[in-house]
Design a protein around this ligand. Structure first.
Ligand code: NAD
Ligand code: WQD
Length: 337
């Protein structure tokens, strides 16, 4: 059985689908602070198999220990549960450190106690900041984090590295996601931001649906081909499959060291305007947008070198941008109706 924390969330739910499709039994643990329980039924609709579900706050150390007592057959953990809004983390840093670091420590302590050794962690390209040389490899130095959220990812990686150094039996893989977008082709699960979306693609789909008047593009005077920022947008289903591969690597003891980390992206940089154009083309519609000032704190450009994940994990992003943006639109329409 694979324990998936944060498994009713955006990336977690897609990963549960891929784990079930790969034949794994799954247990979702989520406090539903940023997701809905209905996702469990939707996963069942997609896979024909229902994941086990437990509503639990991983900040609760006692309940986290009880979880491992109750489910002795947990073979591995994929840890998604965290708060993830960069702006909110600047306003409420303690909340972010308490949840993102506190939950991780509880989980690792419980795993230690119950002799569970396989751990996959959601890290982020945010650990690189604005790199000098592109694309970024895993050897690109990590930068001072720009937000408490980013710092929780950097700290979590350090905690995993140190824990692995001190415990040779414990094995973990951190996956540094670039920008996850899109939704399952069924349109039954997808990204569901609460309130006004911070991220580009949910803002695009909500604008197309008429929930937002206009997309604001933050700056067109960057040093990029069309002046807008560049990111590496990775389809959430492709991203989810990387977790299945990481779990198999740990279970088959194919890992080369007991703390490994990989870039998970497409290897290709895309500008904001290219996202808009691809969205319009893939869905045969026009998007209302305007260029506004730069967003403070934005990174100009970043994309991944994925050679290590390609060679070591045997994983590669496969789904193209047009198809991904069609899936995002399909999800938005289906969800709203
Ligand atoms: P999400 O908010 O959709 O999912 C996270 C889930 O964790 C939610 O369902 C939430 O209810 C749950 N959760 C939060 N705190 C919890 C706690 N204390 N106990 C139990 N459950 C808790 O976010 P997501 O986009 O699916 O992100 C998943 C992970 O990937 C996070 O760790 C995030 O930081 C990381 N990540 C996300 C992105 C992105 O752009 N979405 C990029 C890089 C890394
Ligand atoms: C993408 C591009 C914006 C909204 C965030 C987190 C990071 C990581 C990924 C978790 C940028 C532009 C956006 C809009 C716009 N998450 N944009 N108008 O900034 O790469 O990173 O998500 O670990 O930590 O900070 O993603 O989707 O916010 O922005 O023009 O309304 O779209 O300026 O260039 P970002 P994003």
């Amino acid at each position: 059985m694979i324990l998936v924390t944060g498994g009713t969330g955006y990336i977690g739910s897609h990963t549960v689908v891929e784990l079930i499709n790969a034949g794994f039994e799954t247990l979702i643990v989520d406090d539903l602070s940023n997701s809905e329980k209905e996702v469990v039924d939707r996963i069942e609709q997609i896979c024909g198999k229902k994941p086990a579900f437990l509503q639990l706050d991983l900040k609760d150390r006692k309940k986290t220990f009880e979880l491992f007592e109750k489910y002795p057959n947990i073979e591995a953990v994929v840890h998604f549960a965290a708060h993830k809004a960069v702006g909110e983390s600047v306003e409420k840093p303690l909340m972010y450190y308490e949840n993102n670091i506190g939950s991780l420590i509880n989980l690792l302590n419980a795993m230690n106690e119950f002799k569970k050794t396989n751990f996959v962690f959601s890290s982020s390209c945010t650990v690189y900041g604005q790199p000098d040389i592109l694309p970024v490899t895993e050897n690109t130095p990590r930068m001072e984090a720009e937000s408490p959220y980013g710092n929780t990812k950097k700290m979590a990686e350090d905690i995993l590295r140190d824990h692995a150094l001190a415990n040779s039996a414990f094995k973990s893989i951190a996956l540094r996601y670039f920008n996850p977008i899109g939704a399952h082709p069924s349109g039954l699960i997808g990204e569901l931001p609460r309130g006004i979306p911070n991220n580009l693609v949910p803002f695009v789909t909500q604008t197309a649906y008429g929930l937002r008047e206009q997309l604001s593009i933050f700056g067109n005077d960057y040093d990029t081909p069309d002046g807008t920022c560049i990111r590496d947008y990775i389809n959430v289903v492709d991203l989810s499959k990387a977790h299945v591969v990481a779990i198999k690597r740990l279970l088959k003891k194919r890992n080369k060291s007991n703390y490994e980390y990989f870039n998970i992206g497409t290897g290709k940089g895309t500008t904001v305007l290219e996202i808009v154009k691809s969205f319009e083309k893939a869905n045969s519609l026009k998007l209302n947008y305007k260029i506004v000032d730069r967003r403070p704190g934005d990174i100009e450009k970043i994309w991944a070198d994925t050679t290590l994940a390609n060679n070591e994990l045997g994983w590669k992003a496969e789904i193209g941008l047009d198809e991904t943006l069609a899936s995002a639109w399909n999800w938005e329409k289906k969800y709203r109706s």
